[in-house]
Design a protein around this ligand. Structure first.
Ligand code: KG4
Ligand code: ZN
Length: 342
């Protein structure tokens, strides 16, 4: 498959500094993530300049920790890999330049990885998944349905025409004064709320497998605002929390329904019975449960979801991607092609 048995990979495309060592694209020897969440939480979102500086401060220790965890030296690696894009330019440079430097020092190859390729590859970690399969990729920056025909042949069959689903979660959460990042907070809160409390619109798109979350985001924010205004001036913190939980549950129900229905329609049309989800939002309990319930009732389908640790940004998925696509990881190549849809 790949000439590189043991790959050390770096990920620094956004606000996580991560280093991992993975063997044969599936066996994780080490995975270390230095999260910058607390740094950016005070600003309510990622500040690119601060993120780049924090990557520089964290990269050496994160690298050393990963080597210690695997009990390996740099010279025992067969290749080095790093995310080259898409992402924040200043942040990407830290991982990319570190990877290239390690490659020069050791004389081993450097493999540049596409971040979305890496999210798809997170499903290969600790699993036996092989193409063909359909991947619903839901992250902070992207929402795509990807038909993975072979390890290096992927077709985008549907995508969001505006906001990514993670972005919509974060923006609605921010509107409700919930902490950053809003996705996991809304997910937890939704367990306490009534998913039928608010009736929110499901967007119609001309492409059968495309998505649109901008209208939903605006409708959720407006409905929440109206309901908040109706609360008495001396309202208790509990009353506000109930409102937040009800909106979180209603929003989540609408998002999960939309993602699941479009994925299933696409899978049926393409006659693909192996489904996977990937990206930060694949950590969402409601989304995972919805797919799992379907597969339990329809045993001719099977489902792969990444371990919760490998849903959000991490370097193990970068190593997996570099292993399975060692010749096609140059992001200057058009790795994804867009397909026509009904
Ligand atoms: O894949 P990721 O770590 O970074 C990007 O490549 O964008 O995804 C981060 C996104 C954020 O928008 C975050 O709010 C969302 O994933 N997210 C979640 C959950 N965990 C993370 N959204 C909904 N439910 C979750 N449990
Ligand atoms: Zn990501």
């Amino acid at each position: 498959m790949s000439p590189y048995h043991r790959i050390l990979a770096l990920e620094s495309s956004c606000d996580d500094t991560a280093v991992a060592i993975v063997e044969d694209g599936r066996t994780i020897r080490a995975s270390v993530i230095h999260s910058q969440t607390s740094l950016h939480a005070q600003f309510g979102g990622v500040v690119p300049e601060a993120a780049a500086r924090e990557h520089i401060a964290a990269i050496n220790n994160t690298l050393q920790e990963a080597l210690d965890m695997a009990g390996c030296s740099l010279y025992e690696m067969d290749a080095f890999a790093a995310t080259l894009g898409p992402g924040l330019v200043g942040s990407l440079l830290v991982g990319a330049n570190t990877g290239k430097t390690l490659s020069l020092i050791t004389g081993k190859p450097f493999l540049g990885v596409h971040h979305l390729y890496a999210h798809v590859a997170s499903n290969y970690l600790d699993s036996d998944l092989e193409p063909p399969f359909l991947c619903l990729l839901v992250s902070g920056g992207h929402t795509q349905l990807i038909a993975v025909e072979e390890y290096a042949t992927m077709r985008v069959v549907g995508e969001s025409l505006d906001d990514a689903v993670g972005e919509a979660y974060d923006k609605v959460a921010r509107f409700m004064s919930l902490p950053y990042p809003g996705g996991p907070v809304m997910d937890r809160l939704s367990q306490e709320g009534n998913p039928k409390a608010f009736s929110l619109p499901k967007a119609q798109t001309s492409g059968a497998y495309d998505f649109s979350f901008s209208g939903l985001k605006t409708a959720a924010s407006r409905s929440f605002e109206k309901a908040r205004e109706l609360l008495p001036p001396n309202r208790s913190a509990e009353a506000l929390r109930t409102l937040q939980a009800d909106m979180a549950a209603s929003f989540q129900r609408t998002v999960v329904d939309t993602l699941f229905e479009k994925t299933l329609r696409c899978a049926k049309d393409l006659n693909i019975k192996t489904l996977s989800i990937a990206g930060g939002v694949s950590a969402n309990q409601g989304l995972r449960q919805r797919f799992q319930d379907f597969v339990n009732e329809n045993p001719d389908y099977c489902l792969y979801v990444p371990n919760l640790k490998y849903c959000t940004d991490n370097a193990a998925m970068v190593a997996a991607s570099a292993y399975f696509n060692p010749y096609t990881t140059d992001i200057r190549q058009e790795v994804f092609s867009r397909s026509p849809q009904p």
